[in-house]
Ligand binder design. Structure first.
Ligand SMILES: [Zn+2]
Length: 219
């Protein structure tokens, strides 16, 4: 548990740095322009014992309206200590990473969502593999087979992680620039809270661990 370095890489090669908290399983803001590596000397004068984001925190505006969907920038986030890498969206107007802010998002998507093609071949994100899609479209084509609901709880207390038997969960945001991915679906999934269980009385509660993590981003 604790804080680890997250490295955000932009398409032009620029890197920014941030803290990743294993307490809330989330990359945190602000972003920083520099990194201090293990063995180097921190601005405080102490020796650095774990890679750490340093320098003047970069300004950001949590209240700024989000940039138009086609102006969002696809970045990668690499999280220490294991160098878990996932794709995320950076919003130029707020100067923030919109999300996903954790690699765990891949499992959450797979547990509750599938992709379904519409008549034009565009893949939409559909909760519980059912139309309508998150963006409101009503695709009726083939399912991608992403959907893999875990039995009962979605989080293994034993491993403190997703169920080990879960199939490999893809990094769907890596496909942000693919011509057949519905961007409004992915963005809406990031931005809007999960529906509560009360709205779906026939279903067991959705991934509670994920709901908790996601609320911590959105707070
Ligand atoms: Zn859609």
């Amino acid at each position: 548990m604790g804080t680890w370095l997250a490295t955000i890489r932009f398409p032009d090669g620029t890197e920014r740095y941030a803290d990743y908290s294993t307490v809330v399983e989330s990359m945190c803001h602000p972003l920083y322009p520099e990194v201090c590596r293990t063995g180097e000397i921190l601005p405080s004068g102490d020796e650095c014992h774990r890679d750490e984001a340093v320098g003047e925190p970069l300004p950001y505006d949590r209240g700024a309206p989000i940039s138009p969907v086609d102006e969002l920038v696809l970045v990668t986030v690499a999280q220490q200590p294991d160098d878990d890498v996932w794709h995320a969206l950076y919003c130029p107007s707020s100067a923030m990473v919109v999300g996903p802010l954790s690699d765990f998002y891949r499992y959450a998507l797979q547990e509750d969502y599938d992709l379904i093609r519409d008549g034009d071949g565009v893949r939409h994100l559909c909760r519980w593999a059912r139309s309508p899609a998150v963006c409101g479209a009503e695709p009726a084509g083939d399912r991608s087979g992403l959907y893999f609901p875990s039995p009962g709880m979605h989080w293994s207390e034993e491993t403190d992680g997703p169920y080990p038997e879960s199939p490999h969960a893809p990094d769907l945001f890596a496909e942000w620039n693919a011509p057949d991915v519905c961007r409004p679906c992915l963005l809406a999934w990031l931005r809007e809270p999960e529906p509560t269980a009360a709205e779906e009385p026939l279903r067991e509660p959705p991934s509670t661990w994920w709901t908790r993590v996601k609320r911590s981003w959105q707070g």
